[in-house]
Design a binder for this molecule. Structure first.
Ligand SMILES: CC(C)(COP(=O)(O)OP(=O)(O)OC[C@H]1O[C@@H](n2cnc3c(N)ncnc32)[C@H](O)[C@@H]1OP(=O)(O)O)[C@@H](O)C(=O)NCCC(=O)NCCS
Length: 184
């Protein structure tokens, strides 16, 4: 059984904090989501308008209320550096899916895999038994991030994703389980 929290918690690993989103973060979200790499490799809406960020805030709050998702702002030294979310939470089957992006100027410092690990550890702490993550085949950065966060590459979903240009492509499925906690 999942012990759904009464509010989104704050999680800390050294200088990296995962905390609930605030409306005052949405200017930063808007700026960061202009990044072409985020637009290419994730499902953020394109074009990403200022109002899209406000919609995101409402959407993530509703997702939490509906027990469908738990979204965190990744913050370092008071600045939003990324987004980490447990979404598609299927309580009956005790699994959820991890998604994330990190601002271009904050990449290469280990924030992605540390944030992924924090969010995943929290998922296990409240009762999830499987956290999965799906990447495009060419997204080696995300694949390395997941491996460093202790995920295993599990399988390839044939024709499992659609790219921005509407081409269909294989998707790479990663998963982590409560008993697996190996830094690679
Ligand atoms: C993927 C992403 C989150 C990585 O962020 P990051 O903070 O740079 O990641 P980390 O610093 O934790 O790096 C983890 C590992 O991945 C490697 N890595 C990160 N980006 C990489 C890239 N583009 N190519 C190859 N390796 C990469 C790092 O070198 C590191 O491995 P190492 O310690 O052995 O060197 C970031 O590039 C991003 O936001 N990309 C766009 C959004 C996205 O792809 N989201 C995931 C969708 S599935």
């Amino acid at each position: 059984m999942i012990s759904w929290p009464t509010s989104v918690p704050t999680l800390i690993d050294g200088d990296l904090m995962l905390r609930p989103w605030a409306t005052t973060d949405m200017d930063a979200v808007y700026e960061i989501c202009q990044d072409p790499t985020i637009q290419l490799l994730t499902t953020v809406p394109v074009p990403y308008l200022r109002s899209t960020a406000d919609d995101f805030f409402v959407h993530q709050q509703r997702g939490f209320e509906l027990k469908d998702s738990i979204s965190f702002a990744g913050v370092v030294n008071g600045e939003v550096i990324g987004s980490f979310a447990l979404h598609h939470c299927i309580q009956f089957d005790h699994f959820c899916e991890l998604g994330y992006w990190v601002a271009p100027n904050a990449r290469g410092h280990g924030f992605a895999h540390r944030g992924a690990k924090l969010a995943t550890d929290f998922a296990f702490a409240i009762g999830f038994r499987r956290v999965q993550a799906v990447t495009l085949p060419e997204n080696t950065g995300s694949q390395k991030t997941l491996l460093k966060a202790g995920f295993e590459m599990e399988t390839v979903l044939r024709q499992g994703m659609t790219r921005r240009d509407e081409t269909q492509t294989d998707a790479v499925m990663f998963a982590k389980f409560p008993h697996v906690d190996v830094e690679k």
